[in-house]
Design a protein around this ligand. Structure first.
Ligand SMILES: [Zn+2]
Length: 446
């Protein structure tokens, strides 16, 4: 693939030209638009970002569709970056051959971390445990043309949060980009793609580290697959190498924290009211009907916030999206769901069936109230003590026995386990019935 980068005071445009050998995408995700624009805040340019930063940002947008080589004809890349791309991504990168190579980007003196801020619970939790000087970058999705406008959600919720943080004296940016339309159907091409604004601002804001609100369940695959050490997973190692080559330490301050702790932390933090995990409701509010709202509302009720009204479960069961989420095995974040259900009394047949099924594979979920301290080893030394102290104010570390229990987390293969399979089939039957019953109820009421 060839990628052209054009910088103006308005922003940066990346244009991709696929070449023979670039992969045919899988799983129904294809390269949609071949161009992405990132608008600079205030229209005064990103400064002159180091060429390696521009190339890294382009890789965060187009990597899934690049075969074995990538050409950046406009960028004088450093040999260090080219080597990191080779090691980390198994890609041959070429820069502007006539311009020669640039010296690598070094960490700035007195640098600070950046956070890819979404406004959700996990990123507000990350904000609480990072130092106060952390700069926040919200990726604001804009449609490239009118035909994509239905894909743009309200940003009122996150923008209210950003305004409040700005008023506190925090460094915050909302940076518009249409990069998600490079993917068809639209969405972030990679887990780290919302870090593009942060990477482009790295020189202007003297960043020496980049962070995300990634939590235990995602980092260590808890609740969905067998435990795998985050520090050894390619999603981390292959990209951390690239970020390191441009003077940015990639780290995840809440990777040792389950969603149970991040929710608890945010509820008791001064920024608790600004965290919002869903923006599908009117005016960008939480919709109270989707799978995420279902899990988060049950959890915050289990943690002592607004009580969950089980008599209104029908509104969730009505939703096809909720039905799809709870009838697959494992259910996303099922450790969190089990923890929440065990802290309530209810008679809902669907929830009881879910609870029976989850408890059959894992009897205890108490350890998720404590943090997994080995995750801190991946936090750069400069920030480690501060992050550890701030986490310690909200959650105690797991005991050595609990750490072993966590590392032993595994998901039974449902086809090899007759008991779980039977419980799952039972669960699916009951949930389908709940779905149909609540649809009928809604129609009768309408
Ligand atoms: Zn929702």
């Amino acid at each position: 693939m060839r990628i052209n980068c054009q910088c103006t005071t308005e922003g940066v445009t990346f244009r991709a030209t696929p070449e023979p050998g670039d992969p045919i995408p899988v799983q129904g995700v294809t390269l949609g638009r071949q161009e992405a624009f990132v608008r600079c805040p205030n229209g005064d340019g990103f400064g002159s970002p180091h060429p390696d930063l521009l190339a890294l940002a382009a890789l965060l947008v187009f990597r899934p569709w690049i075969g074995k080589t990538v050409d950046f004809p406009d960028l004088a890349l450093s040999t260090e970056f080219i080597e990191a791309v080779k090691q980390g991504q198994r890609l041959t990168a070429r820069g502007d051959v006539r311009a020669g190579s640039s010296p690598p980007r070094r960490k700035p003196d007195n640098g600070r971390p950046g956070l890819a801020f979404s406004g959700g619970v996990d990123s507000v939790a990350a904000l609480e445990v990072l130092p106060a000087e952390t700069a926040l970058f919200f990726m604001s999705r804009v449609a490239p043309t009118e035909e994509f406008s239905a894909w743009v959600f309200s940003k009122d919720g996150p923008h209210r949060a950003l305004d409040a943080l700005r008023a506190e004296g925090r460094t915050v940016y909302s940076i518009e980009t249409d990069l998600e339309f490079v993917r068809s159907p639209p969405g972030v091409p990679l887990d780290w793609s919302n870090g593009v604004p942060m990477v482009l601002m790295a020189d202007r804001e003297s960043l020496d580290a980049v962070t995300w609100g990634l939590i235990l369940e995602s980092a260590y695959r808890i609740g969905r697959a067998d435990f795998q050490d985050w520090g050894e997973r390619p999603g981390f190692t292959r990209w951390a190498l690239l970020f390191a080559s441009v003077g940015l330490d990639m780290f995840h301050p809440v990777a040792g924290l389950s969603e149970i702790i991040t929710s608890k932390l945010v509820m008791s933090s001064p920024h608790g009211t600004m965290a919002q995990s869903c923006v599908r409701g009117p005016g960008g509010a939480e919709c109270g009907e989707c799978p995420k709202c279902f899990r988060k509302m049950l959890l915050s009720s289990a943690l002592g916030d607004r009580g969950f009204d089980f008599s209104t479960m029908a509104r969730f069961w009505r939703s096809k999206r909720v039905l799809r989420t709870v009838t697959v095995y494992p259910i996303k974040h099922q450790n969190v769901l089990a923890y929440s259900l065990l802290r309530h009394d209810f008679e809902d047949a669907g929830l009881l069936a879910i609870q029976r099924m989850i408890l059959a594979s894992h009897p205890s979920f108490d350890l998720y109230q404590r943090h997994y301290a080995p995750a801190l080893e991946l936090v750069p030394e400069k920030y480690r003590t501060g992050v550890a102290e701030r986490i310690g104010a909200y959650a105690a570390p797991m005991s050595a026995r609990e750490e072993i229990e966590l590392r032993a987390w595994s998901m039974p293969n449902i086809d090899d386990d007759a008991d779980i399979l039977a419980l799952h089939q039972d669960c699916v039957r009951i949930l389908r019935r709940s779905h149909e019953a609540s649809l009928a109820q809604a129609q009768a009421g309408a």
